[in-house]
Design a protein around this ligand. Structure first.
Ligand SMILES: [Zn+2]
Length: 107
């Protein structure tokens, strides 16, 4: 399954096209458009199997120093880069929203 990716905004989430076939990479124009028109609070993407950030994700975190949220069938985890990759707690309300979002993908 191709990874899906979203930007977390102060008023919801917005899906951005994934230009990568193995991993994810935001469509640059869509990404730029969202960045200029919204307040971006985080980056969300899916993994097929687990929630561990890939090397590519960690590189991305160096460029885009937002909280990164990874969703997979058995987990939803948040990370920040702060002298290494650190797991962060996800607000329970937001976690419910993410679960709904992920469930809808498999419909
Ligand atoms: Zn990833």
């Amino acid at each position: 399954m191709k990874e899906r990716c979203w930007l977390l905004l102060d008023d919801g989430v917005i899906e951005v096209s994934n230009k990568s076939e193995n991993g994810f990479s935001f469509d640059p124009e869509e990404f730029h458009d969202v960045l200029t028109n919204h307040k971006v609070l985080g980056i969300i993407h899916t993994h097929e199997k687990n929630c561990a950030p890939s090397i590519h994700d960690i590189e991305g975190m160096m460029w885009w120093n937002f909280p990164w949220i990874i969703m997979a069938p058995t987990c939803i985890k948040g990370y920040i880069l702060d002298l290494g990759v650190k797991e962060i707690n996800i607000n329970p309300f937001f976690l419910e929203m993410l679960k709904d979002l992920f469930m809808k993908l498999s419909d």
